[in-house]
Design a binder for this molecule. Structure first.
Ligand code: SF4
Length: 372
C-alpha cells in the first residue's frame, strides 16, 4: 500500500455534522495539511474527514446514518480501501491509485456527489474539510468524540424487549455478500457506527435502503434471543446460508461478521472464558495468534461458533453474550481497550455486583498465552 491513515498508527476520525445554512458553502472542499501527492510512498498520516451539511429536512438524528455512508462511498474509488468508522477508521490507497492521481481532495468530490445523489431530498448544501495536519486533527478530535457519545446516549433506556422491531443492515454486503447485521436497541451494528435509532432513521430517509425493519415475531428462545421473524429475514438476506440466528450467543448460531468489527469476542481454548481483542491491538492474544489472523477467520459472512465480531459498546450491553454467561465471562482484553472503556466497564461490573471485576481481567502485561 502506498499511503494510509488510521490502523492505530495515526489519529483519524470522520464526522458528518448538520450546520446552519450560512455555515455551509455548497461544494467547498478544504484541505488542511498535505495531500496524497505530497506524501512519501509507504507513509501514514493523521486524517480527519469532516462533512458539513445543511438541508431543510435534515435532522441531527440522521447524522450517523449519512456519516456511515463515507465507508461505502470512499470504497467506490478505485484503489481506495476504507474500513472502520468514527475515530477508528482506516483508509489505505494503493500505489496504482496514487500514480493515477487520486488525492484526498477527490474524497471531497466523491462525498459531495454521492451524498447529494442519495440524500438530495435531505441535504441541499455540503462542504468537506479534510485535515492531514496532525496537530489540527488532535485539536478537532474532542468535538467528534463528544458527538459520538451524544448519539450513543440517545439509546439509554431502550431495551430489546421494549420494541417489536429490530433492523437489518446490509451496507457491508459488498464486502461479504452473505452477511447481514441485525441491529437491536442493546446490540449496535458490529462496526460500532450504527445503533437501533440510526437504523430506524435510515429507514425513514431511505425507505428501500440498507436498513430494513425486522418484525421479531414468535419468540423461539428468549435466552439465546432467537425469534421466528428474525430467522426468516436472516435466511433470506444471507441467500439461504444462515438458517438460525441467536442474538445473545456466541457459541450457537451467532451473528456473522463482514469484517468491519471494532472488536472480536472469542471463546478461550479451555472454553471457560472469553477474550476480547480490538483491531488496534497489534500483539499476541491468548489464542496463539494476533488480531489480524483471527479477523481472517471471523469475517466473510460465515457463522463461526465461538467467535463474533462486535462494536465496543456491545461489551457493556446487558445483552453481551448473555446466553453464554455474559460480561463476567471476560478473562482477557488488551490494556488499552480496558483503560479506554474503564468507566463503562466499571459501571457494568458494579451493576452485576462485582465492583472489582475489571481489575481481574488480565491483559498483555499479565499474560498472552492461554495457560497464563
Ligand atoms: S458493519 Fe453492519 S451495521 Fe455497520 S455498516 Fe456494515 S452492515 Fe451496517
Amino acid at each position: 500500500m502506498s499511503r494510509q491513515g488510521g490502523a492505530a498508527k495515526t489519529t483519524t476520525f470522520e464526522l458528518l455534522r448538520l450546520r446552519p445554512e450560512d455555515e455551509v458553502e455548497d461544494g467547498r472542499i478544504t484541505l488542511i495539511g498535505k495531500d496524497v501527492d505530497e506524501m512519501d510512498d509507504g507513509s501514514s498520516t493523521a486524517l480527519a474527514i469532516i462533512v458539513d451539511v445543511y438541508g431543510k429536512k435534515m435532522e441531527e438524528d440522521f447524522e450517523g446514518v449519512l456519516e456511515r455512508r463515507i465507508h461505502q462511498f470512499i470504497n467506490y474509488a478505485e484503489g481506495a480501501w476504507h474500513t472502520g468508522q468514527r475515530n477508528l477508521n482506516w483508509i489505505r490507497l494503493s500505489r496504482s491509485s496514487v500514480k493515477a492521481g487520486l488525492t484526498f481532495r477527490h474524497f471531497g468530490d466523491i462525498l459531495i456527489t454521492k451524498l447529494k445523489e442519495e440524500f438530495g431530498g435531505l441535504v441541499s448544501r455540503i462542504q468537506v474539510t479534510i485535515v492531514t495536519d496532525k496537530d489540527e486533527v488532535q485539536r478537532l478530535l474532542p468535538e467528534a468524540m463528544e458527538v459520538y457519545g451524544r448519539r450513543d446516549a440517545r439509546l439509554a433506556g431502550l431495551t430489546d424487549e421494549s420494541v417489536d422491531t429490530w433492523y437489518t443492515c446490509s451496507l457491508c454486503m459488498s464486502f461479504a455478500p452473505d452477511h447481514i447485521c441485525v441491529i437491536t436497541p442493546e446490540r449496535m451494528g458490529l462496526c460500532g457506527a450504527l445503533n437501533w435509532l440510526d437504523a430506524k432513521a435510515s429507514k425513514e430517509i431511505a425507505p428501500t435502503g440498507p436498513n430494513q425493519p425486522i418484525v421479531k415475531g414468535e419468540c423461539i428462545d428468549p435466552v439465546k434471543g432467537q425469534f421466528a421473524g428474525v430467522n426468516e429475514v436472516v435466511y433470506e438476506m444471507s441467500h439461504h446460508k444462515i438458517e438460525r440466528f441467536n442474538a445473545y450467543s456466541l457459541m450457537e448460531d451467532p451473528m456473522t461478521s463482514c469484517g468491519c468489527f471494532e472488536v472480536i469476542v472469542a471463546m478461550a481454548p479451555d472454553m471457560q472464558s472469553v477474550v476480547v481483542v480490538n483491531r488496534e491491538y497489534p500483539g499476541m492474544i491468548p489464542l496463539g495468534m494476533k488480531f489480524s489472523s483471527l479477523a481472517g477467520s471471523v469475517g466473510g459472512g460465515k457463522q463461526t461458533p465461538g467467535f463474533i465480531g462486535a462494536g465496543r459498546k456491545y461489551i457493556t450491553s446487558r445483552k453481551f453474550i448473555s446466553a453464554d454467561g455474559g460480561f463476567l465471562r471476560i478473562s482477557w482484553m488488551p490494556r488499552e481497550l480496558k483503560e479506554s472503556m474503564r468507566k463503562a466497564l466499571d459501571a457494568r461490573a458494579r451493576e452485576l455486583g462485582e465492583p472489582d471485576f475489571v481489575d481481574k481481567i488480565a491483559d498483555e502485561t499479565v499474560t498472552t498465552d492461554a495457560e497464563g
